[in-house]
Design a protein around this ligand. Structure first.
Ligand SMILES: Nc1ncnc2c1ncn2[C@@H]1O[C@H](COP(=O)(O)OP(=O)(O)OP(=O)(O)O)[C@@H](O)[C@H]1O
Ligand SMILES: [Mg+2]
Length: 357
């Protein structure tokens, strides 16, 4: 999966930008506020979801524009585009080869994974971020996961509305929603378990890792099958009604990560170790995608070089280079990328422009 061209229209601080991209490393350097992360965010919108900042659509539209934006890219012979219309700036629209398509369909064409400075706190903050992280890992491998998550969430919202409204008298409605929750919840939970165990298997095989070796464990009360979930929902009806919402289920799952050598939970590890654990997960995941989907995912690494000592930085570039695929990297200093292969395309970003160096 290689993007050969990226165009932005009224996206963040870019009224218009057109970039010729190439396989391998795409490096962006420039001062703080130049627009480096914005470029990576634009690419991240070519996958289902809200992008690497999880920002509202209206925030992404260029401030001095009409409220709409567009991000388009060429992927082999396929043209993909996503954005909003001025008439409906709150609604995302996606086009694949000129035809309107559900945004979740993007996952069929592209796997995109990212690491950002905000993710440095992934292990320290609440479970929502880790759940979302895991779901993105799954979506990159199983495109249907995006749809299953969306359907589960829609059924859960509806069930919560019913619980809060006290409309439980119509229990056949609730019954139907429980069935949907159990059905999609089970697909979501099973896919998450598949991903955690596939990654664990790969991580165990990887030796001599310069980065830490993580072990993943999905904490979801082991509620996985449709039957288990349906039973749980029925048993919890009284409590759910009292709370006015669905208290248990895949929407409460957490991803526990351990530093395998140290036998320590990730949140107890140092900042650098936590970053290393994330690297290892992302790299193993990229290998898994490459093996199963027969092409490497696109990696977006925002400011990762700055956090690593020169030796680890060189090791990361080596590991990425030996794997191939397209890797988009940012950093404030061009010097951070001196050890990157010569074939890298290097752009100088400043004030809404990106010029090839
Ligand atoms: N909707 C928008 N319209 C116009 N400008 C915006 C919009 N959203 C963000 N910006 C601006 O885009 C600029 C670049 O942001 P970005 O995060 O890409 O910078 P960066 O190069 O990654 O900087 P840093 O090195 O600090 O991470 C910021 O100055 C920000 O104010
Ligand atoms: Mg940035």
């Amino acid at each position: 999966m290689i993007l050969s061209q990226l165009t932005l229209h009224n996206f963040r601080n870019y009224p218009g930008l057109r970039l010729e991209a190439a396989p391998g490393f795409m490096v962006f350097s420039g001062e703080n506020g130049a627009g480096k992360t914005n470029i990576l965010e634009a690419v991240s919108l070519l996958a289902p979801g809200r992008g690497l900042r999880r920002a509202p659509l209206r925030d992404m539209a260029y401030q001095n524009g009409r409220g709409d934006f567009a991000v388009a890219a060429q992927l082999g012979d396929v043209q993909i585009g996503t954005g909003t219309d001025p008439e409906a700036p709150e609604r995302r629209k996606t086009r694949i080869n000129e035809a309107a398509a559900p945004t979740n369909d993007l996952a069929e064409w592209l796997s995109i994974l990212w690491l950002t400075p905000a993710m440095d706190r992934l292990f320290m903050e609440g479970p929502a971020g880790r759940r979302n992280f895991l779901d993105r890992l799954v979506m990159a491998l199983e495109p249907a996961h995006a749809r299953n998550c969306a359907r589960y969430e829609a059924a859960r919202r509806e069930r919560n509305r019913l619980l809060a409204d006290g409309h439980l008298a119509d229990s056949s409605w609730l019954e139907g929603l429980d069935t949907q929750l159990a059905q999609y919840g089970s697909l979501v939970a099973e896919a998450r378990h598949r991903m955690a165990s596939a990654l664990n298997q790969l991580l165990e095989q990887t030796d001599g890792n310069v980065f830490a070796r993580p072990a993943l464990q999905l904490a979801d009360d082991d509620l996985r099958t449709e039957f288990q979930l349906q039973q749980m929902l029925q048993q919890n009806r009284t409590a759910d009604r009292a709370a006015g919402r669905t208290l248990h289920g895949p929407h409460r799952a957490d991803l526990n990560v351990f530093h395998a050598e140290k036998q320590q939970p990730a949140e107890k590890c140092s900042t650098g170790e936590q970053k290393a654990l994330l690297f290892s997960i992302i790299l193993a995941h990229a290998d898994l995608i490459a093996e199963r989907r027969e092409c490497r995912p696109i990696l977006l690494l925002d400011e990762v070089a700055a956090h690593l000592d020169p030796q680890r930085r060189a090791a990361l570039f080596d590991k990425l280079a030996e794997r191939g695929g397209q890797v988009w990297l940012t950093g404030t200093e061009p010097a951070l990328f001196t050890d990157i292969p010569d074939s890298a395309l290097h752009f100088q970003v400043s004030d809404g422009t990106a010029k090839k160096r």
